[in-house]
Design a protein around this ligand. Structure first.
Ligand SMILES: [Fe+2]
Length: 391
């Protein structure tokens, strides 16, 4: 067995983590930073909290770009790259969910390679480090783990596909988990993103590239989600639950960034690209169905996961041969609980997927990179059956 593992992002986690950003940027050689965020975070005051935390410090805010849409796209990346150069900035802060952080990753990669169009880098397996652009990621959702992954998912509007860029050079220098950043996240988004984090941990633990390090991060993340997701949904102002979910999301991100994901993400990427279903919603809906599909190959791993997802008492009293099924039932129970508490969709039809798009979705899914590392090889017909089951 051979594996590689890297998590080079420095993690600042907890109360007043934001106040340490200028110091970190300065130590990375930055003087003038461009902040990337979205309109909602500007409106609800989250951006202002970050600006205030940086005032009077050594690093100047050179510009703020608030027009990042829900799905980071090639056009936006190229636009921000242009703005960064026009403003003579020397570093980046991404403040937001997965799409803002992924946009910043795309911008950083384009800048570091001194390109103007990210499409010049599509499909490049081997790029050199290039110019170092200091990069701080501040997640405002607890789900994608993008602040600690080497993956950026970018929407190609022309082809209607989500493109994946994977490189160690996409890892942020600093990941900031500040308790103030997720307190106002609505319950439904908390549920959706939390299910995405759970999916990262489960797929990381079961994919072909799993390794002892990614397993450790994955199982620790599952325990935190088990103990804190419901509370974070019910009582969003509970700082401890919010911080635990932020830590869980980051750890699940480190886990899958150093192993991979699998069929749930392969189908989920296609569902997101074609039917525009939010990523976490797609993960939550597809998870139990895909786990049942994979079960004959993953009996042992799913059985082991029962300890983390249900706790020691349930694990101990469940007969060995029933543990894998019980793990899947717990995932389903959690999904139903999230539906009950927030109205999170439990079916693809409710999420806006049309049956006539199954063909395109299945074709996209079997060609998705995440499918390669799924322990069970799925063909077109298998995906159609999963989609019908989740419809
Ligand atoms: Fe995901």
């Amino acid at each position: 067995m051979y594996y590689e593992f890297q998590n080079s992002a420095k993690i600042l986690s907890g109360d007043f983590a934001l106040e340490n950003i200028p110091h970190e940027l300065k130590s990375l050689g930055a003087k003038k930073v461009l902040i990337l965020t979205d309109k909602t975070l500007e409106k609800i005051g989250t951006l202002q909290t970050v600006i205030d935390s940086m005032s009077g410090k050594d690093v100047q805010i050179g510009g703020i770009f608030t027009d990042i849409p829900t799905d980071s796209s090639i056009d936006v990346i190229n636009e921000v790259t242009k703005k960064y150069n026009q403003l003579n900035c020397d570093s980046l802060i991404a403040l937001g969910g997965g799409s803002v952080i992924d946009t910043a990753k795309g911008v950083r990669m384009t800048l570091s390679q001194q390109k103007e169009d990210i499409m010049d880098l599509a499909g490049c397996e081997l790029i050199n480090y290039g110019k170092h652009i200091p990069f701080v990621a501040i997640p405002t959702t607890s789900g994608t783990g993008s602040e600690a992954t080497l993956v950026a998912v970018i929407l190609n509007k022309v082809k209607n596909i989500k493109m994946e860029f994977i490189s160690y050079f996409l890892l942020p220098d600093v990941a900031v988990l500040d308790t103030r950043m997720t307190l106002t996240l609505p319950p439904k988004t908390t549920a959706s993103t939390g299910m995405d984090a759970l999916c990262h941990a489960i797929e990381s633990y079961t994919c072909l590239q799993k390794n002892p390090m990614s397993d450790a991060y994955a199982t620790a993340a599952i325990e935190l989600i088990r103990d804190n997701l419901e509370e974070a949904v019910k009582n969003g102002s509970n700082k401890n639950a919010r911080l635990a979910m932020a830590n869980a999301s980051l750890m699940a991100g480190v886990a899958f960034s150093n192993s991979m994901v699998g069929i749930i993400h392969a189908i989920g990427h296609a569902v997101g690209g074609i039917s525009r279903v939010p990523h976490g919603d797609a993960m939550a809906i597809l998870m139990p169905h895909c786990m049942r599909y994979n079960k004959d190959k993953l009996e042992e791993q799913y059985a082991k996961l029962l300890l983390y997802i249900a706790g020691d008492e349930v694990y101990a009293k469940t007969p060995k041969e029933k543990r894998a099924d019980t793990t899947i039932e717990y995932v389903e129970k959690l999904l139903n609980k999230m539906h009950e508490l927030t109205g999170l969709n439990t079916k693809l039809s409710e999420a806006g997927v049309k049956e006539e798009d199954f063909d395109k979705i299945a074709t996209g899914a079997i060609n998705d990179g995440a499918m390669i590392v799924n322990p069970k090889k799925a063909d077109y017909e298998d995906v159609i059956q999963i989609l019908k089951g989740a419809f």
